[in-house]
Ligand binder design. Structure first.
Ligand code: MN
Ligand code: MN
Length: 498
C-alpha cells in the first residue's frame, strides 16, 4: 500500500510539474516573441545598411537606363578633355548659357568660361546673394591614356611606329592588343589649329600596341606584372607599307614616309609639327551595355567623365537655384591637377573673384560660406579581388552614388577628410531629395590609395567632400559602372544644385 501511495504521489507531482512547465513555456514563449519583435524593431531603428537600389526603388530602372543612352553617346563623342569641352559647350549654348563677359549676374543668368580649350567652368546665378555662398561641383575630364611623345614617328624593321608616354596611373599590360584611336590637335605654322581624329568613324583604320605570343613569352612571363609591358614597349603600330616612289631606287625609311605623307595629306602637317601638337591615343571601341541584363556601362574614360557628364546634365537642368551654382570640369587631375588647366591653378579662384567683384561681393566671404563636391569615381568592391577592400567600408555597384569622406594613402595622407558637419550637410541634401547613396573608402587601409581634386577645393577655404560613382576596372581601357548608380549621381547633383 505504501508503495502504491508513493507511486501515485510521484505521478501527481510529475503531472503538476509538467503542467506547470508547459504553462510556463506558453507564457515565456509569448514573452520571448515580444522580445524578439522589440529587438527586430530596435535593429530596424538603430542598424544601417545601404540597400540595393533595384530592391529599394525598382521603378528607377527605366529612367536610369534611358538616362544612360545619352551618357553613352556623350562618351563616344568626347574621349579627350578638349573634345569634352567642345561637346559640353555645344550643349550649354543650346541651353542658353553664354560666355561670361563680366557684366555682373542676375538671378537665373547662365554663363560659362573655357580655359584654354581643355577645362570649363559654368555657372547659374542663384536667388540668394553671392555672399551667402555658392554650390561648387568639380569633376575632371582627363583620363589615363597614351600620349604621343614630342618626336614620335619612327621606322623599325619595316614597320612604322609612334613612341608614346603614358599619361596618368595606368597598368601598362592592359593597353596592348586593343584597337586604339588617335585624337588631338596640331598648331600649324600659319596659326591654324587642326583637329586630328583617326579611328573613330566606321571604316576608318585603328592602331594598336603589340604584345608577345604565349609561345615566346617564357622570359616575359618571369617579369613582375608591373613590368609585364614596360613604358618604352608601349609603341603604337602606324603602318607597314613603304612609300611608292615609282622606281627601283631604295628610299631611306619608306614606311615612315608613307605614314607621314598620309598625315600630311589629311592634316597638312610635317614631322616637325608633332612638336606643336598634343596627340592622345585612346581606346577606339565605343561605350557598350554590359551584362545579359544590360545593367552596366562599359567604356573608356568613365573616370571621370561619368561625374563630369552627370554634373553637366544636372547643371543644365537647374534653373534659378537657391544658391549660385558653379560647375568645374577640370583637366590634369590624373597627373596631380598641375598645369594651368588643372585645378591646382588659380583659374577657379579667379573666376570666383571675378563673379564676386561683378556682384559687389567679398570673394573671401563667398568662399568661406560655400559648399563643394569633389565629384570623382571610387573603387567599387570587386568580388574577384576582395583582399584589397574592406567590405564594411567599400562601395558596391547598384547601391547609389558614393560619398567618400576621405581618400589619400597610408594615414589619410594627401586627403581632404571632410568634417562631420560637411558630411551631414551633404547627406541631408541627398536624403531630402530621396537620392540613393552609399559611403565608401578607397580600398582597405594600407592597400594603396589615391587623391582627387578635393584638396584643390578645400584649399580655397571651402567645405568639401568627395562624391561620385563606383567603378570596376578603374583606369583600364574598359571601365565598368552601373546605370542605377550613374542616375543616382545625376539626381544627387540636381539636389545639390537646387
Ligand atoms: Mn578620377
Ligand atoms: Mn583617376
Amino acid at each position: 500500500m505504501a508503495e502504491k501511495e508513493k507511486t501515485a504521489k510521484k505521478e501527481k507531482e510529475e503531472k503538476n510539474a509538467k503542467a506547470e512547465k508547459s504553462g510556463k513555456t506558453e507564457k515565456s514563449e509569448r514573452a520571448l516573441k515580444e522580445r524578439v519583435k522589440a529587438a527586430k524593431k530596435l535593429q530596424k531603428d538603430l542598424v544601417w545598411k545601404f540597400p540595393h537600389i533595384a530592391r529599394k526603388s525598382p521603378e528607377q530602372k527605366e529612367a536610369a537606363f534611358s538616362y544612360c543612352e545619352g551618357y553613352k553617346e556623350f562618351l563616344n563623342e568626347a574621349k579627350t578633355e578638349r573634345e569634352f569641352v567642345t561637346a559640353a559647350v555645344k550643349r550649354l549654348e543650346k541651353a542658353g548659357f553664354v560666355p561670361y563677359e563680366r557684366t555682373g549676374l542676375k538671378t537665373g543668368d547662365r554663363v560659362y568660361e573655357v580655359n584654354r580649350g581643355k577645362a570649363l567652368i559654368f555657372a547659374t546665378a542663384g536667388r540668394r546673394p553671392l555672399e551667402e555662398g555658392i554650390r561648387l561641383n568639380a569633376a575632371h575630364i582627363d583620363s589615363p591614356r597614351l600620349d604621343l611623345k614630342p618626336n614620335p614617328l619612327y621606322e623599325k624593321n619595316g614597320l612604322a611606329y609612334f613612341k608614346t608616354h603614358y599619361y596618368g596611373g595606368l597598368r601598362k599590360y592592359q593597353w596592348t592588343a586593343i584597337p586604339m584611336a588617335m585624337h588631338g590637335v596640331v598648331v600649324k605654322k600659319d596659326g591654324e589649329t587642326v583637329t586630328i581624329s583617326v579611328g573613330e568613324k566606321e571604316g576608318e583604320p585603328v592602331f594598336c600596341v603589340t604584345d608577345l605570343l604565349p609561345h615566346l613569352a617564357a622570359q616575359q612571363n618571369e617579369r613582375k606584372l608591373r613590368d609585364g609591358i614596360r613604358g618604352e614597349e608601349l609603341n603604337i603600330v602606324v603602318g607597314s607599307l613603304p612609300y611608292d616612289c615609282g622606281g627601283e631606287e631604295e628610299l631611306k625609311e619608306p614606311v615612315k614616309l608613307l605614314a607621314l605623307s598620309i598625315l600630311n595629306e589629311r592634316y597638312g602637317m610635317t614631322e616637325r609639327d608633332f612638336l606643336r601638337a598634343e596627340i592622345e591615343m585612346v581606346p577606339a571601341f565605343q561605350a557598350a551595355d554590359v551584362g545579359l541584363d544590360g545593367s552596366m556601362v562599359g567604356a573608356y574614360g568613365q573616370d571621370d567623365r561619368v561625374c563630369a557628364y552627370t554634373a553637366l546634365t544636372a547643371g543644365i537642368e537647374v534653373e534659378g537655384p537657391e544658391y549660385t551654382t558653379v560647375t568645374i570640369l577640370a583637366d590634369k587631375e590624373e597627373v596631380g591637377s598641375l598645369g594651368n588647366t588643372g585645378l591646382d591653378s588659380d583659374y577657379l579662384l579667379h573666376f570666383i573673384q571675378d563673379l564676386a567683384e561683378d556682384c559687389g561681393a567679398d570673394w573671401r566671404r563667398v568662399l568661406r560660406r560655400s559648399l563643394a563636391l569633389s565629384s570623382d569615381v571610387n573603387a567599387a568592391f570587386d568580388p574577384t579581388f576582395p583582399g584589397v577592400y574592406e567590405e564594411h567600408n567599400s562601395c558596391y555597384l547598384n547601391r547609389g552614388c558614393v560619398l567618400t569622406k576621405y581618400t589619400g594613402a597610408r594615414g589619410k595622407s594627401g586627403s581632404n577628410d571632410a568634417s562631420a558637419e560637411t558630411m551631414a550637410q551633404v547627406i541631408d541634401i541627398m536624403e531630402e531629395a530621396g537620392v540613393c547613396w552609399q559611403a565608401g573608402e578607397l580600398g582597405a587601409v594600407d592597400a594603396g590609395g589615391g587623391g582627387t581634386v578635393a584638396s584643390c577645393l578645400s584649399c580655397l577655404n571651402v567645405d568639401t567632400v568627395d562624391l561620385g560613382v563606383p567603378v570596376l576596372s578603374m583606369h583600364s581601357p574598359f571601365e565598368l559602372t552601373a546605370k542605377l548608380d550613374i542616375y543616382q549621381t545625376y539626381l544627387a547633383f540636381c539636389a545639390f544644385y537646387r
